[in-house]
Design a protein around this ligand. Structure first.
Ligand SMILES: [Zn+2]
Length: 281
């Protein structure tokens, strides 16, 4: 099944709402059924509020995911810093149990001064450690979802993410198609381009490739990849990618995912636009 929703609180919601508890009703009014809660700058959601939101999201039948803190970096050379990042993941997952969210999106790591190979090696080592930590904390039905990244200084090509996720069934990919397109200077145009992304996952993960988390927005790019997120209306230079070919591939390959829109400011509006494309296709 494919679900649609925004990442965080869009400008239009913020114009006339002052409480996050109002978001489930707002999404229902807009016929959306997914939401990504931002822990981007820290896990600031209180326990009581998380429980209250869980009830509201459950009643509205909305699937909630969480974007983990940006300061997580599993490619840090210092083991002490690596351990801290792993602890942020565990702390996020524990808060998510109250919120009723099962998928945690993470940026696996930046190269810093290392080569890609070295950074990837550090990440794989930390993910092995994460498997043990998940077991120790009795976390078996939640998912850590490394994201495909848009900048050349970050680890997270489709292949790198597929290798990370092959390590454990609790790791599933976040395919950010705007990032994939931006990283490669506009590589996603045809249905085959999108299909190849899934086939790369399949090569490493087998049939588990059908369960993914998706971010979709149009993104401006340059020589070093991602520059900034756009919205559907202001992509006048046509950086893309377009959603139409992806909609077809999702159906053809029978993909199971929530599609989270990260358009700047109007992410709800663009999530609705994608849902319409998908349903009318
Ligand atoms: Zn992200």
């Amino acid at each position: 099944m494919i679900k649609f929703g925004p990442s965080g609180f869009c400008d239009k919601f913020l114009e006339n709402h002052s409480h996050s508890e109002e978001i489930p009703d707002w999404l229902t009014e807009n016929k959306l059924n997914a939401f990504e809660y931002p822990f981007n700058n820290g896990i600031r959601l209180g326990d009581e509020k998380a429980r209250k939101l869980k009830t509201l999201f459950d009643n509205a039948n909305i699937e909630v995911s969480v974007h983990g803190p940006y300061y997580i970096n599993l490619a840090n050379e210092s083991d002490e810093m690596g351990d801290k990042s792993l602890q942020y993941i565990i702390d996020s997952l524990k808060k998510m149990q109250l919120l009723g969210a099962k998928k945690l999106v993470i940026h696996a790591g930046s190269l810093m001064k290392n080569s890609r190979e070295k950074a990837m090696e550090l990440i794989m080592k930390r993910l092995e450690k994460l498997k043990k930590l998940l077991d120790e904390n009795n976390i078996h039905d939640m998912f850590v979802c490394p994201e495909t990244m848009g900048k050349h200084g970050q680890v997270g090509t489709v292949e790198e993410v597929a290798k990370m996720c092959a390590l454990d069934e609790r790791f599933i990919p976040t395919l950010d198609f705007g990032h994939i397109n931006a990283y490669n200077g506009g590589s996603l145009k045809t249905e085959d381009d999108f299909k190849n992304v899934f086939l790369t996952l399949k090569k490493y993960m087998g049939e588990r490739f059908r369960n993914v988390h998706i971010h979709f927005s149009k993104i401006m790019y340059g020589e070093k990849g991602e520059i900034k997120h756009l919205d559907f209306e202001n992509d006048t230079e046509h950086y893309g990618p377009d959603f139409e070919p992806l909609a077809k591939v999702l159906k053809e390959l029978d993909i199971n995912a929530s599609i989270i829109c990260e358009s700047r400011g109007c992410q709800t509006k663009d999530a609705i636009a994608m849902k319409k494309i998908f349903e009318n296709d």
